[in-house]
Design a protein around this ligand. Sequence first.
Ligand code: KG4
Length: 338
Amino acid sequence: MTTILGIESSCDDTAAAVIQDGVLLSNIISSQKVHESYGGVVPELASRAHQQNIIPVVDQALKKAGVSKADLTAIAFTRGPGLMGSLLVGTSFAKGLSSALDIPMIDVNHLHAHVLAHFIKENKDDSNQPAFPFLCLLVSGGNSQIILVKSYKDMEIIGQTIDDAAGEAFDKCAKVMGLGYPGGPVVDRLAKEGDATKFKLNKPHMAGYDYSFSGLKTSFLYLLRDELKKDPDFIEKNKADLCTSLQKTIIDVLMEQLRKAAKDLGIKEVAVAGGVSANSGLRTAFEDHAKRLGWKIHIPPFGYTTDNAAMIAMTGYFKYPDGDFCPMDAAPFSRVVM
Ligand code: KG4
């Protein structure tokens, strides 16, 4: 029996999960509320909250799974990318526990884990996993990438943003409309009531499969600046239409490059991952592509779109049979390494 404890602490969620023989037994997340009033994650506050949360979260994950520490086969943890102080809490905790229990430690790339979240099984009969090779659109607050996934350990980034990430475009535009942080879910909600044809925003034309969202963000800011001069209540009066146009433009940009990549590579198995994959418009666009182009699509359940430890434990479960373990002197990494 292989029982993996997963630990995630790369940003502002402290999470732990247990996967036994490929099946998820528990998935606990403590989201930090302390950042809400700052309009973004404050790294030092995030590290402190991880310190407070990590022991109770791991404890709860073990209890919910019905396993004891002695039952664990290995500990998988997020080594990066992420906030250094936050990563250090999870990494140090994993080192301490693996040393005390004398079991291996498995380092996990957070971005690989988002992709491999599609393989999480909630019961052993769960069989709706992607087949290799597949394309994965990874869209979060920090990344927008098209990844060619050849196996669980062979992933190639074939396109990525040259400036802002899609989630950042949602969040920054939402912030200037006074919608709070993170703005993506609020834009999603308001976009359901608006008219996408009312405002036209700039779409980038990028070579290959890369993305760029900074021009779209600037065109949105200029639109608000010009209209607010004429009517100070412009945002309030047009909130829903602005959100619909913004969301539609971001989705059009994301899907255009993904369609191009799928066509060029002759791949019809297409997945989406990362926080922005919770977006209802993006999910609908995937479903439309499945109908129109015969794509076999993979959209993760909401709980596995944002940061979670189930995906870390799952990645650890894939790496375990290869003996792909991590030494005690492994340091976390804050920047993207794929
Ligand atoms: O993967 P994730 O949880 O972590 C980071 O990369 O930090 O992604 C967070 C991002 C944020 O930008 C948030 O606004 C966006 O995902 N997001 C959404 C939705 N839910 C979360 N964006 C659009 N629509 C949503 N429903």
